[in-house]
Design a protein around this ligand. Structure first.
Ligand code: PEP
Ligand code: MN
Length: 371
């Protein structure tokens, strides 16, 4: 692993008094007044470390507001002088990096549409070589952990020490309640792979609307994320980009006051014993689940042999439709969500198909193939 992150940095990333590291500000800088008024109100919250505002906006369609450009960097510099907040903006090419550094921007973030592209991330990394600035790398728009880690590695290689990841959710064709699917397993896996890397959640771009900001932020805190990046605008309904998901600084204050912050380790040793016992029970159930899956696959293999002998196709959609309908109904009666059952049973079904395929194509199933 090329990525090196100093352990001490994690403490630095804890914001005021062990609270999460908070980044807030409008999606886009629009006017000098909008930037300064929003920044002053955010500074009054006394909890925000970095004021964010997009200067160059990567928009899906042309002829929408694409940011004010370099002019906005001066506004950010004024915010820093007037409020003492650190300031941050998105960079998407080397020119952006040079311009932002010229204006003393403290934090640069690489957006989701940029972190997908190794050429661009490398170009940004080259422009950052030897510079001491905080850099955050948003997840790529597609749910690919290696690409996210690759982008972080490229930035770390430039010698950037204050580096963090931002989880902003992943694009999907399917219509869901959120604008971007959180796929929490990706940042969780990122934490497992690089434990010292600070991870910030961006509930604004996951949610796409004000409605879910609190529940997503709370979930991030419960998963022990290091901070939050939340879009806040003095007059959200009039915002030139991402109007539906921005909050007034006052509403942000209210959201933050409702966040419950939990400790990753219990302070009372008795609690550790209780947790240990409960975790043993979980381990036993996990073993049961594996035994049951093994048995289910054996039956699938026998079915595969039968289909092979009788020349029947593996996939029988009516049967599969019937299974998924039944398990969703039964699972929901047991308090499991439709979404989770759907994911689990699709994965089990795929595994059954793989086992049957191997039987169909190779004769019998051998253990050594099963790696
Ligand atoms: C943003 O932060 O305003 C932004 C454009 O984010 P993302 O790259 O997550 O879409
Ligand atoms: Mn935005």
């Amino acid at each position: 692993m090329v990525l090196e992150v100093k352990t001490t940095l994690v403490n630095e990333w804890r914001g005021f008094k062990g609270r999460p590291f908070l980044i807030a500000g409008p999606c886009s800088a629009e006017t000098e007044e909008q930037v300064m008024e929003t920044a002053k109100e955010l500074a009054d919250l006394k909890e925000i470390s970095v004021f964010r505002a997009g200067i160059w906006k990567p928009r899906t369609r042309p002829n929408t507001f694409e940011g004010v450009g370099t002019e906005g960097l001066r506004w950010l510099r004024n915010v820093k002088q007037e409020t003492g907040l650190m300031v941050g903006t998105e960079v998407a090419n080397e020119k952006h990096v040079y311009e932002a550094l010229k204006y003393g921007i403290d934090m640069l973030w690489i957006g989701a549409r940029t972190s997908v592209n190794p050429f661009t991330v490398q170009e940004i990394s080259d422009a950052l070589n030897g510079v001491d600035v905080m850099v955050l790398v948003k997840n790529p728009i597609n749910p690919e952990l290696e690409l996210w880690i690759g982008a972080l590695e490229r930035i770390a290689r430039a010698g950037i020490r204050r580096i963090g990841a931002v989880h902003r959710g992943f694009s999907t064709y399917e219509k869901t309640i959120y604008r971007n699917q959180p796929n929490w397993q990706l940042p969780i896996e990122l934490r497992r792979r690089i434990p010292d890397l600070p991870i910030i959640c961006d509930p604004s771009h996951i949610s796409g609307s004000r409605e879910y900001l609190h529940e997503i932020s709370q979930k991030a805190m419960d998963l022990n994320f290091d901070g939050l990046m939340i879009e806040s605008h003095i007059n959200p309904d009039k915002a030139l980009s991402d109007a539906a998901q921005q909050l007034t600084p006052n509403d942000l204050r209210e959201l933050l006051s409702r966040l419950i912050l939990r400790s990753p380790v219990p302070s009372d040793p008795k609690l550790l014993d209780i947790l240990g016992e409960l975790r043993q029970q979980i381990d036993v159930f996990d073993d049961h689940l594996l035994d049951i899956l093994e048995k289910r696959m054996k039956v699938a293999e026998t079915i595969g042999e039968y289909k092979k002998e009788n020349n029947i196709t593996i996939l029988q959609t009516t049967r599969w439709d019937e299974i998924i309908r039944k398990v969703i109904a039964k699972g929901q009666a047991k308090g499991l969500s439709r979404e989770t059952i759907d994911i689990i049973f699709k994965a089990i079904h795929q595994e059954s198909i793989n086992h049957q395929m191997r039987i169909m194509n190779n004769g019998t199933m051998s253990r050594s193939e099963d790696k």
